[in-house]
Design a protein around this ligand. Structure first.
Ligand code: KG4
Ligand code: ZN
Length: 330
C-alpha cells in the first residue's frame, strides 16, 4: 500500500492526542485522552502530573490509532509532533515518542509549532480556508491577529501584551466559581445573562495589539465590591467586552488588508458567541467564515498531522529544530 498518512502526536498541555490524517485533511483516526480528572482538583494544569499522565497514555494511544489501519505502518509517510510552545515536560514525552517511533520505523519526524496546528484546523475534513485570509487565533496560551497570503506566508499584525483571551475566560470563570474547564462554563453562563455592566475595553482604539488583564481586574473589583451581583450578568458583560475588542480589531484589519476569508481558531473558537460574532462580521464584509468544526477547535493531534503535510509536500527535510514560539511560517 502507499504511504498516504501522517501520524500526528500532540502532548503540549493536558491532552494526549494521536491521529492519522491524509494529505487532503481527512481524519482516518484521532484518539485523545484528556487529563481533566487529574487536574480538576488543582484548578489548573499541574505540569509534573501532566508529564506523567502523557507518559502513561501516549503509547497505548498510538496503538489504538494504528489498529484503525490494522497496524499497517507502511501507510505512514511521516510523523509530526508538537515541539512547542507548551509545557516542557509534556512536550518532551511527545517529541521523544515521535523520534523513537521514527527511528524504529524508518520514518521522517517533523517538529510542528502548536500554533501552526491550530491555524490549519479549519481545513480538517474539508478544505475551508480561502486565501488571502485574516486569522484570529484565540487559545489558552495565545492571542494573535495575522494576515495570511497562504498557509506559510503569515504576517503577525498584533498579539497580547499580557493575558490571552482563553486565560482571561478561565480566570474570570474561577472568580465566578464555575469550576473546570472554565472557558466553556463561562461561555454558557454568559449566554443566559444580560450585558448590563460596562467593563473596560483595553486598547480598543489602538492598532492590533491586545490587552486583557485590565478587563480581568475590573471584573474582580466588581465581585469584591458587590458579592451579590448577578453572576450571569457579569459573565455576559465580560464576554461582551471581549467580543467588542476582538470584533473591533478584526473589522479594523479587514479594512486595511485584503481578505477573502476570516479564519478563527484555538480553543476559544469553540465558543458559540465567538462563532456568532465571526458569522456577523463575515456577512457584513461579504467574506467567508472559516471555523474549525467544534471537535477540532481545542487541542488535538489531527491538526498537527495536517500541518505536517505542509512540510512533507514541500519536500522539506525531517526537522526537529526548536524555533521561537512566534515563528508561524513553515
Ligand atoms: O487551544 P486550546 O485547546 O489550548 C491551548 O493551546 O491553549 O485552548 C484552550 C482554551 C482554554 O482557555 C479554554 O477555556 C478555552 O480555550 N475554551 C473556551 C471554550 N472551549 C475552550 N472558551 C470559551 N468558550 C468555549 N466553548
Ligand atoms: Zn492549543
Amino acid at each position: 500500500s502507499t504511504a498516504d498518512l501522517v501520524l500526528g502526536i500532540e502532548t503540549s498541555c493536558d491532552d494526549t492526542s494521536v491521529a492519522l490524517v491524509d494529505r487532503g485533511g481527512r481524519v482516518i483516526a484521532c484518539e485523545t485522552v484528556s487529563q481533566f480528572d487529574i487536574h480538576a482538583e488543582f484548578g489548573g494544569v499541574f505540569p509534573e502530573l501532566a508529564s506523567r499522565a502523557h507518559l502513561e497514555a501516549v503509547l497505548p494511544t498510538v496503538s489504538k490509532v494504528l489498529k484503525v489501519v490494522d497496524g499497517d505502518i507502511s501507510r505512514i509517510r511521516a510523523i509530526g509532533v508538537t515541539r512547542g510552545p507548551g509545557l516542557i515536560g509534556s512536550l518532551i514525552v511527545g517529541v521523544n515518542t515521535a523520534q523513537a517511533l521514527g527511528l524504529a520505523w524508518g520514518k521522517p519526524v517533523f517538529g510542528v509549532n502548536h500554533l501552526r496546528g491550530h491555524l490549519r484546523s479549519p481545513d480538517l475534513e474539508e478544505k475551508r480556508i480561502t486565501y488571502p485570509a485574516l486569522l484570529l487565533l484565540v487559545s489558552g496560551g495565545h492571542t494573535l491577529l495575522c494576515h495570511m497570503l497562504s498557509a506559510t506566508e503569515i504576517t503577525v499584525l498584533g498579539t497580547t501584551r499580557d493575558d490571552s483571551v482563553g486565560e482571561t475566560y478561565d480566570k474570570v470563570a474561577r472568580m465566578l466559581d464555575l469550576g473546570m474547564p472554565g472557558g466553556p462554563a463561562l461561555d454558557r453562563l454568559a449566554a443566559t445573562g444580560r450585558a448590563v455592566h460596562r467593563f473596560p475595553r483595553p486598547m480598543i482604539r489602538e492598532g492590533y495589539e491586545f490587552s486583557f488583564s485590565g478587563l480581568k481586574s475590573s471584573v474582580a473589583r466588581m465581585l469584591e465590591k458587590d458579592p451579590g451581583v448577578d453572576r450571569a450578568d457579569v459573565a455576559a458583560s465580560f464576554v461582551a467586552a471581549c467580543l467588542d475588542v476582538l470584533g473591533t480589531k478584526v473589522r479594523r484589519a479587514l479594512g486595511e488588508h485584503a481578505a477573502k476569508s476570516l479564519v478563527v481558531v484555538g480553543g476559544v473558537a469553540a465558543s458559540q458567541q465567538i462563532r456568532q460574532l465571526v458569522e456577523d462580521i463575515c456577512t457584513e464584509a461579504g467574506i467567508i467564515p472559516c471555523l474549525p468544526p467544534l471537535r477540532w477547535a481545542t487541542d488535538n493531534a489531527a491538526m498537527i498531522a495536517l500541518a505536517t503535510w505542509d512540510y512533507v509536500d514541500r519536500g522539506a527535510e525531517a526537522d526537529m529544530r526548536t524555533v521561537p514560539s512566534m515563528a508561524l511560517a513553515a
